[in-house]
Write a protein that binds this ligand. Structure first.
Ligand code: PMP
Length: 437
C-alpha cells in the first residue's frame, strides 16, 4: 500500500514534522527483518519495541489468530468467560514464581501498571490497612503513559505538560552510577545500598502510609539500567519488613528476555505482583496482564460481600479472544523452540560482542543483561539527543533498526537472534559511530 497524505495521522512519541519530512515506512516483517516501502530489508535489533521475542510473522501465531477470529471474534468479558481466557491464565500462573495464583487481563503495559497499582491499593484496604495509600516509584522508571504510570514513573518530560499527578507518590533514586559501575558486564557491583531509600521513606512517612513500591527489574526505556547485585533482594527485604507490596514491572523483562520466564526467576527475588505485556503475544495483538500472589486475590475475595464484584476494574477488551489465542500460540513457540534457554545460551556471545564497542568513538559506557544492551554516547555538539538520533538515522540507512533514548542506544533483538546477526548489529554500530560527528 502506498500513501500520499501523511498529514492526518498524529504519530505517538514521534517528532511528527521531522518524520513526515523524511518518512521511514515499514510494510512487512518476517523473522528478524522488516521490509520497507522502498524495498529494503532492515535487521530488527529491537524486537519491534521490545516485544517480538520470537521474531516476526511466526506461522503458528498467525494461524492461531486467524482461526480464533473466525471462531469467536469477541465476547463481553464481564460476568461471562471464554475457555481460552482460563486456559491461558493457568499457563501463565504455571510460568510464574510459586506463590502466584491469578492473572488479570488488560491491553497494554500501561494498563497493566494502572491495574497493578489499583490491585495493591485495594489489597491493602481489604486487609484492614486502608491508611496505606502512598505509592513509591523510582527516578528514571518507565511505567507507561497513563496517569498512574507517569506519576510513579521517573521521566519528568513525560509529565511536564500534564498538570496534577497522583497525590502521595515518592521516588527512590535511580541505580545508575557511572562513576563506580562504568562498563560493568551484567549486574554492576556497586549500589545495592540505594534500596535503603525505601527505608528512609518509611522513616519519613511511616510504613502505615505506604501501599506499594513499583520498579522495573531492569529499567530499560531510560537507557538500560541493570540493578546492582543485591539491590532487588534488599528492596524485597524492606518491603517484607514493612508490609509494602512489591511490584515488578516486567513489561519488557518478561518472556525470556533475561533467559527466564520472568526477571523474578533470574534474580531469585519474588515480588507480590508482576505486570506484563509486549512479549506475551509476541507483539502481535495488544495484550497486557497482571500476575498476583494467590493470597492477594483470596484477601480481596474474602473482603467482598457474597455476590459482590471483588475488584471494580476491567476493560472492554480484557482477555480478548484474539489476544488470548495469540498469547497461547506465542507460549507454544517459546516452549517448543526453547527460546528462553536459547537466549540464556547466546547471552555470553552477546555480552562480548556488545562490550567490543568499548573504545569506539563517542562511547562512554556499555551495559547489558540477558539479551538487552545499552550503549551510552557522549552528547553531540548540537545538544543532548542529537548525536543519538543521527546514529539511529544512519543505522537505518545501513539496514539496521536500533533504538535510542537521547544519546543512549538500546538493543534488544528477538530471542531467535544468531551470532551473525549480532555481528552485523555491532559492526554497523562501530562503523556508524566511527563516521558520525
Ligand atoms: N512498563 C514498562 C516497563 C515498559 O517498558 C513499557 C513500554 N515500553 C510500559 C510499561 C508501557 O507499555 P505500553 O506501551 O504497552 O503501554
Amino acid at each position: 500500500m502506498s500513501v500520499n497524505d501523511l498529514s492526518s495521522y498524529w504519530m505517538p512519541f514521534t517528532a511528527n514534522r521531522q518524520f513526515k519530512a523524511a518518512p521511514r515506512m515499514i510494510v512487512g516483517a518476517q523473522g528478524l527483518y522488516f521490509q520497507t516501502s522502498d524495498g529494503r530489508e532492515i535487521l530488527d535489533s529491537t524486537a519491534g519495541l521490545w516485544c517480538s521475542n520470537a521474531g516476526h510473522g511466526h506461522p503458528h501465531i498467525v494461524e492461531a489468530i486467524q482461526t480464533q477470529a473466525a471462531d469467536l471474534d469477541y465476547a463481553p468479558p464481564f460476568q461471562m468467560g471464554t475457555p481460552i481466557q482460563f486456559a491461558l491464565a493457568s499457563r501463565l500462573v504455571g510460568m510464574a514464581p510459586e506463590s502466584f495464583g491469578q492473572v488479570f487481563y488488560c491491553n497494554s503495559g500501561s494498563e497493566a501498571v494502572e491495574t497493578a497499582l489499583k490491585i495493591a491499593l485495594a489489597y491493602q484496604r481489604a486487609r484492614g490497612e486502608g491508611t496505606r495509600t502512598r505509592l513509591i516509584g523510582r527516578e528514571r522508571g518507565y511505567h507507561g503513559i497513563n496517569f498512574g504510570g507517569i506519576s510513579v514513573g521517573g521521566i519528568v518530560g513525560n509529565r511536564a505538560m500534564f498538570g496534577a499527578m497522583l497525590a502521595g507518590v515518592d521516588h527512590l533514586r535511580h541505580t545508575h552510577d557511572p562513576e563506580r559501575n562504568r562498563y560493568s558486564q551484567g549486574m554492576p557491583a556497586h549500589g545495592a545500598d540505594l534500596a535503603d531509600d525505601l527505608e528512609r521513606m518509611v522513616a519519613l512517612h511511616g510504613a502505615h502510609t505506604i501501599a506499594a513500591c513499583i520498579v522495573e527489574p531492569v529499567a530499560c526505556s531510560t537507557g538500560v539500567l541493570v540493578p546492582p547485585a543485591g539491590y532487588l533482594q534488599r528492596l524485597r527485604e524492606i518491603c517484607d519488613r514493612h508490609g509494602i507490596v512489591l511490584i515488578f514491572d516486567e513489561v519488557i523483562t518478561g518472556f525470556g528476555r533475561l533467559g527466564t520466564p520472568f526477571a523474578a526467576q533470574r534474580f531469585g527475588v519474588t515480588p507480590d505482583i508482576i505486570t506484563m505485556a509486549k512479549g506475551l503475544t509476541n507483539g502481535t495483538v495488544p495484550m497486557g496482564g497482571v500476575l498476583t500472589r494467590g493470597d492477594i486475590y483470596d484477601t480481596l475475595c474474602e473482603a467482598a460481600a457474597a455476590g459482590a464484584i471483588e475488584l471494580p476494574h476491567g476493560y472492554t477488551y480484557s482477555g480478548h479472544p484474539l489476544a488470548c489465542a495469540a498469547a497461547m500460540a506465542t507460549l507454544d513457540v517459546y516452549q517448543k523452540d526453547g527460546l528462553f534457554e536459547r537466549a540464556a545460551a547466546i547471552e555470553p556471545y552477546w555480552q562480548n560482542a556488545i562490550h567490543s564497542l568499548r573504545g569506539t568513538r563517542h562511547v562512554t559506557d556499555i551495559r547489558n543483561l540477558g539479551i538487552i544492551a545499552g550503549i551510552e554516547l557522549e552528547a553531540g555538539p548540537e545538544g543532548p539527543g542529537t548525536r543519538g538520533f543521527e546514529v539511529y538515522r544512519r543505522c537505518w540507512e545501513a539496514g539496521v533498526l536500533i533504538r535510542v533514548t537521547g544519546d543512549i542506544v538500546a538493543l534488544s533483538p528477538p530471542l531467535t537472534v544468531e551470532e551473525h546477526h549480532i555481528d552485523r548489529m555491532v559492526e554497523t554500530l562501530r562503523d556508524t559511530l566511527s563516521s558520525v560527528d
